[in-house]
Design a protein around this ligand. Sequence first.
Ligand code: FES
Length: 127
Amino acid sequence: MADLVYKDELKTWEERHDIEFVKTVDPGGETEDWNGRVGFVPLVLRDLELDPTNAYAIVCGPPIMIKFTIQGLDAMGFQPEKIITTLEMKMKCGLGKCGRCNIGHTYVCKDGPVFSFAQIQAMPAEF
Ligand code: FES
């Protein structure tokens, strides 16, 4: 719990009755006062029985988590246009000057960094 950020915001979401709020930590991250789930996000997703027909998924976090979460959402039937993520890990200067963030003709810093999975699928395979 000591490393948890946005504690007040998370508590507010947890108290809402119009959303289902699920929090999880990596195995080993739980403590005695942890009342959430324990498990990696892609594995927790499988248990949630989400209906992808009328839903968007917004995925942010470490690149490896993003990669496997998107694979899971794709397998669950989420439309690629409705999976939103960020490619900011590709950015260096963030100002459109260094040319280090380009994927094909797309400059992540100028054209994103937020993209749909459909947009990412249309990019060259270097991502
Ligand atoms: S991060 Fe430098 S050009 Fe995009």
